[in-house]
Design a protein around this ligand. Sequence first.
Ligand SMILES: Cc1cc2nc3c(=O)[nH]c(=O)nc-3n(C[C@H](O)[C@H](O)[C@H](O)COP(=O)(O)OP(=O)(O)OC[C@H]3O[C@@H](n4cnc5c(N)ncnc54)[C@H](O)[C@@H]3O)c2cc1C
Length: 390
Amino acid sequence: MGRRYAETRNHDHGPEDRSNLSLLSPYVRHRLIEEWEPAALALAFHSASAADKFLKEVCWRTYWKGWLAHRPDVWHQYELRRDELITGMARESLLRRRYEAAITGATGIDGFDQWAQELVAEGYLANHARMWFASIWIFTLRLPWELGADFFLRHLMDADAASNTLSWRWVAGLHTPGKTYLARADNIANYTGGRYRPVGLSSCADPVGGFANPAPKPANIAGPAPEGRVGLLLTDEDLRPETLIGHRTKVAAIAGIHFAEHRSPLPIGDAALAFTRGALADGLARAAHHFEAPATDCSGAPHRLAACREWAASLDVDLVVTAEPATGWTASALGEYAAALEETGKRLVFAGRGWDAAFWPHASKGFFALGAKIPETLEALGIGPQARLL
Ligand SMILES: Cc1cc2nc3c(=O)[nH]c(=O)nc-3n(C[C@H](O)[C@H](O)[C@H](O)COP(=O)(O)OP(=O)(O)OC[C@H]3O[C@@H](n4cnc5c(N)ncnc54)[C@H](O)[C@@H]3O)c2cc1C
């Protein structure tokens, strides 16, 4: 988390050696670990300047989530275009063949093919490999970025609507209009220790056309959980209920559901699905222990919505609390669940996180504005070298 991280994070040594990276993203993404925890650890063991790079990276996730919360239409447009493309592939056999070659690692492009296979097998790629992969997908293979973003969401254990969609848009020149990211063979050879040196990569990266960034709307950030007796709904969005629910709230019963299959109309990869299932099971077990309340996993039921409605109907409470979902598939899916709970006389209410409330207001423009606020925001949240966690 200190200087060694800053100096080495761009290297991709392959799955056998990830010692230069934290591999925390699947855990932070599902909020099994909260963002403040790695931030506090970094500051407990390193000076603020040595930890600066790591803290900024932790906050990139926050920035992307906050940015998308100001412009949810970017996500909805992505979903529409992705669905059109997937439907269209059934008719366009040439596009389908090129797409299949890319996702199975059969393009003949050194590095790219191995990363495609690594992603499917491991559910993870190093950040730099994600950048190279997205760039080659868009500018060399000339495939639509939305299909690449979908391939990532289906297989990444840390699949995240904001980080993924906006990173792909950034590579394509849509996030920072006109600024694209071009993968170069010598850069790949350098940062992979010579493992890969692809030939024939595109030498030009003209921005692709697409949905332009809309003007920001105010981002909604929910307050803390209501006091009194409630039901608790855990989703794959936030699996740390111990810190979401204060001691004045009494949890009567817990239900859990994950929405991994809502990431894409196409099948979700084994590694990604196994991670999400395991994360939900872990969250439910901790919640049952912490709140001393019965926990039900609705994800395994043949009719999840009905199982969730049945669970809610059995409760002697008016409110069901869930962590506020960021823009993405879980937020979209929860609309249907709120309506089902309503039928049983229960209202679904969101509880927000102080971290999001503190950072998101700075996430409506470029990263720089948020990055400049990191020290004072961490201080305001009480996160500093004093927060020794080990
Ligand atoms: C095209 C593309 C798609 C991506 N898709 C996703 C995605 O779906 N989900 C996802 O979580 N990240 C995504 N990223 C961001 C980044 O690649 C991963 O967060 C990072 O590789 C995770 O590995 P790590 O935990 O070992 O990171 P470390 O380098 O150890 O970083 C520490 C923590 O900082 C955060 N972080 C680091 N880099 C970034 C970044 N560029 N953006 C946002 N947060 C970051 C993560 O929470 C990470 O756990 C994408 C990047 C690109 C270029």
